[in-house]
Design a protein around this ligand. Structure first.
Ligand code: ZN
Length: 351
């Protein structure tokens, strides 16, 4: 059984050793639920494999601390290895270390001067319909209410502000089929794709500075599908693209930008994840930034902070582990980062 009174490094290793690949989080959720049940100050609710643990001290503000339980599939790194200064293993960075920090904070909630809702949620790494926060939003949205949210996703133990949005879309180019020996009878759709490649290769992504942080947009072709047989002029090519956009643009503005960029083509939007603002002008955010007193950086990847922003709850990414090592076979987290995130958060929560 999971022992949350162990130190942060040992607890992280124990969490790594309970496999929890997306859609297989039950065992980990069971063990965390059992461990949380020993903490009398927390009211624990379970929705499938998502655990919500709340204090009800009636303080004037409520903080949400959130982390996902799932990992990507193992890559010969399932077993945790503790070295002198780091812990290696699947999810060490993304994000068993953040979960360990949350559990250690749950252990000392009696000392806090803010109410806290811990959200240990399932299925963040896969399609959003499985996401535990999405399910809580649908079934019990009251559990997501709070004044401020911290996502303990890996940030190298600095504050990563906002997050960029993401649009997946597809462009289909049509031609007409013919025998390749009499190619002039047809129209090659793959050849026509050249225009799209040129647009993408010549694209100058914006690097907008938002509240002193430099974001970096992107436009990438992520797949091309086309071709019928070795002797057929293809009549269709489908190009899949991914656009990452900074938080100074809304979903509608980002789509309008793509529509204009590919004006001669029809684009099919596959899914959109909205960006989250930096929100340094929000008093809760600025107070948090001041108290935590660590460097600030923009968040390039999409995280669930956007989900809280949509609910008008300011949210920040702050967690142990180098995000460049997330999903990497050599995923490892430095023990000093575990301690930093725990210390800074607990000091802030006690004020
Ligand atoms: Zn993650």
């Amino acid at each position: 059984m999971l022992q949350i009174d162990k130190n942060l490094a040992e607890l992280t290793a124990d969490l790594i050793n309970i496999p929890s690949v997306s859609l297989s989080e039950k065992d980990l959720a069971d063990q965390i639920q059992t461990a949380l049940a020993t903490l009398a100050t927390l009211e624990v609710t379970r929705i499938e494999n998502t655990l919500i643990a709340k204090t009800n001290f009636n303080f004037s503000s409520r903080v949400i601390l959130a982390g996902h339980l799932d990992t990507v599939p193992a890559n010969q790194n399932q077993e945790a290895i503790i070295s002198q200064d780091s812990i290696l293993g699947l999810g060490a960075v993304d994000m068993k270390s953040g979960i360990a920090v949350m559990l250690k904070l749950a252990q000392v909630v009696q000392e806090f001067k803010k109410d806290v809702t811990f959200l240990f949620y399932e299925a963040e790494e896969i399609e959003s319909k499985y996401n535990g926060l999405e399910k809580v939003a649908q079934k019990n949205p009251e559990f997501l209410l709070g004044d401020f949210a911290v996502l303990l996703e890996p940030t190298n133990a600095i504050l990563e502000m906002g997050c960029q949005g993401s649009i997946r879309f597809k462009i289909s180019i049509k031609g007409s089929r013919a025998h390749s020996a009499r190619w002039w009878k047809g129209e090659n759709a793959i050849h026509k794709a050249q225009t799209i490649l040129e647009i993408v290769n010549n694209y100058q992504p914006r690097t907008p500075i938002i509240e002193q942080l430099t974001f970096r947009e992107g436009l990438q072709i992520v797949a091309i599908n086309g071709g019928i047989a070795g002797n057929v002029v293809p009549d269709l090519v489908e190009i899949s693209l991914n656009h990452r956009f900074a938080p100074d643009r809304t979903e509608a503005q980002a789509i309008a930008h793509l529509t204009e960029l590919f004006a001669d083509f029809e684009i099919e939007i596959l899914d959109v994840a909205i960006a989250a603002p930096v929100s340094l002008d929000n008093p809760l955010v600025s107070e948090f930034v001041k108290q935590i007193d660590l460097p600030l950086a923009p968040k390039f990847g999409w995280t669930d902070v956007a989900r809280f922003s949509k609910l008008n709850i300011p949210a920040i990414n702050f967690g142990p582990g180098d995000p460049n090592l997330a999903h990497h076979p050599q995923e490892a987290v430095e023990i000093t980062q575990l301690d930093t995130v725990f210390q800074r958060l607990s000091t802030w929560l006690k004020k």
